[in-house]
Ligand binder design. Sequence first.
Ligand SMILES: [Zn+2]
Length: 270
Amino acid sequence: MPELPEVETTRKGLEPLIVNRQITSVHIYKKKLRWEIPAHLVDTLKNQTIKKISRRAKYLLIDFKDGQLVIHLGMSGSISVVPTSEPLKKHHHFELKLDNSMSMRFHDPRRFGSILWQRNNKQLNLLKNLGPEPLSDEFNDSSLFNLSTGKTKNIKAFIMDSNVVVGVGNIYASESLFLAGISPKRQAGKTSKNRYRILTKCIKKILSDAINNGGTTLNDFSNVDGEPGYFAQILSVYGRNNMPCNRCDGTIKRIVQNQRATYYCSKCQR
Ligand SMILES: [Zn+2]
């Protein structure tokens, strides 16, 4: 599943290919994704110019004069920019034809992704109440520690809560806790401020390293140019059940927390 680094990698890859380009036509091939693609986009976006592409949590935001296209990659979505003459594939559900004979295409075999429209000054509910971006200054040890007060849930579920901080998905939660030496089973409200200081740094480091490496690759995700991202070499615990810990002589374990797989070393994570 694309996580924040993959979405940021996609944003960076798309930026030089689509910004300042004019849309010549819009094509919806399969409207039923997680939600229906608004049919009015065919008219709304025609002849409009793409002003900017940004990211909020795992949403890509493409700016036009009157509003923003809000795209989520879901479980298996990817976006590519290819010559318009290239044949469509079975799972291409949406296409923006650009004024340079290129097309931005959305590909999503499992169709859990979404393409929505947000008018200027009318924020979609799903973008309201999101916590801070993990790489912003707003996300820091004090804010994290203060939010943890009285929380009885485990610390892994706590840092994966998008009201606390956005974009710390399952893989990066396990990896950040390993780097910080904190057990994923520890109670969020019983973790010291000093440990939150270390954890905050580790979350920022893990995510920025992953972005610099082009994100991880799972199943169907591929970079804008079709090259797979980097995966195994940057992961210390995720997917490494029963393998030796790379920091101590312990063994990586897999447990299930809140219906999600967690990987950790019970020896050096306390
Ligand atoms: Zn260890």
